[in-house]
Every structure is written in C-alpha cells, then in structure tokens.
Design a protein around this ligand. Structure first.
Ligand code: ATP
Ligand code: MG
Length: 178
C-alpha cells in the first residue's frame, strides 16, 4: 500500500485538449482542503488566459505564475537564444521553489513543450522529479511528454484527440480555451 503522505508525479500529455484544464481541475479540488497549489506556466508566457484571474479568487490556496517569455513555436517571434536564457532562468527559479517545500501541489504547465523545444534538458526535469520533497504532488503537462518523464511518473494520462473545433476552422474560444 502506498504511504498516505507520498506525493504523486502526474503527467497529462497527448494531442487532445484538456491537459491544462485537468491540472486546473485538480487545483480547484485541492483548494477545497485549503492546500497550497502553485501552477508555473512555461512557454506560453504572453498568452492571455482566464485562469490567471480565476486563480486570484482561490488565493492563497491556488496561485499561478508565468515563466519564460512567451510562446515558442518552430518559428519563434523572438530569437531562440532569448527563449533559452529566459527558460534557464525560469528553471533555476522552479528548482528553488520546489526545494522550498512551501507548496502541497506544484503544476509545471507546458513543461513538456519546454523540453520538446530543448529549452530545458529532460534530465533536469527527471532530476527534479527524483529530488522533490516526498510529500509534494508534482503535475507536468504538455504534448509529447519525454519517455524519461513518463517512466519517472506515477500517473500518466494521454488526452487523445477524437475531434477538435479547430478542424472545422473554429478558433480558440474565450472561457473554453483561454
Ligand atoms: P487546455 O488548456 O484547453 O486544457 P491543453 O492544455 O490540453 O488545452 P495545449 O496543447 O496546451 O492543450 O493547447 C492549448 C490550446 O490549443 C487550447 O486552446 C486548445 O483548445 C488547443 N488545442 C488542444 N488540442 C488541440 C488539437 N488537437 N488541435 C488544435 N488545437 C488544440
Ligand atoms: Mg496546455
């Protein structure tokens, strides 16, 4: 039987919608117990999103902080070097926050994208998982989780796209997507 105080490593990955939403749902549920949950959002730093305002309603039980300098695609708007420097700084901060043991749950939102774009080395993420405070629940989201991260996790759910409005040319919707 697992010990009650053992924090889980949870991964939400896959090409379907719902990874960040699942992590937000988990934070909402935990807030009901007055826990302290922190979501660190990687990569999508400049995107507007409702959860930033929504989280304020749940403060201090839930908090969201943005890391990095915005969305990195295969054709980033800013030089890759700038993204890399920002990501490295964000990662150093992340390690300190995790080690501080001040949170019950930490969500690294879109961290899988940060590793996919080589902004953060996969082995760093695996080390963080291995060295995290034992009681901490750690959640990692983003498409294409690295095999090493999947291996190190306790719970992995893959969101599989069956249909997405995007296929009909319907763009991201306020409330639903951001
Ligand atoms: P959400 O934040 O809505 O839970 P997500 O975290 O699973 O989505 P991301 O990869 O972070 O998905 O993508 C964020 C945005 O891309 C959302 O607006 C979402 O609707 C959209 N999206 C997710 N899956 C797909 C898909 N298969 N095709 C097109 N757009 C998608
Ligand atoms: Mg997401």
């Amino acid at each position: 039987m697992p010990k009650a105080e053992r924090g889980l490593v949870i991964v939400y990955t896959g090409d379907g919608k719902g990874k960040t939403t699942a992590a937000l749902g988990l934070a909402l549920r935990a807030a009901g117990y007055k826990t302290k949950t922190l979501m660190l959002q990687f990569v999508k730093g400049t995107w507007k999103s409702g959860e930033l305002e929504g989280a304020k309603v749940l403060y201090p039980n839930f908090e969201i902080r943005r890391m990095g300098i915005g969305f990195v695609t295969w054709r980033p708007k800013r030089p890759y070097k700038e993204h890399l420097e920002a990501a490295q700084k964000a990662w150093e901060e992340t390690k300190q926050i995790v080690a501080s043991n001040r949170y019950d749950i930490i969500i690294l939102d879109e961290i899988n994208n940060a590793t996919r774009f080589n902004l953060i080395p996969v082995h760093e993420v695996v080390n963080l998982i291995k060295q995290k405070p034992e009681r901490l629940h750690l959640v990692l989201t983003g498409r294409e989780a690295a095999p090493e991260v999947i291996e190190a996790a306790d719970l992995v759910t893959e969101m599989k796209m069956i249909k997405h409005p995007f296929q009909k040319g319907i763009w991201a919707q306020k409330w639903i997507d951001f």
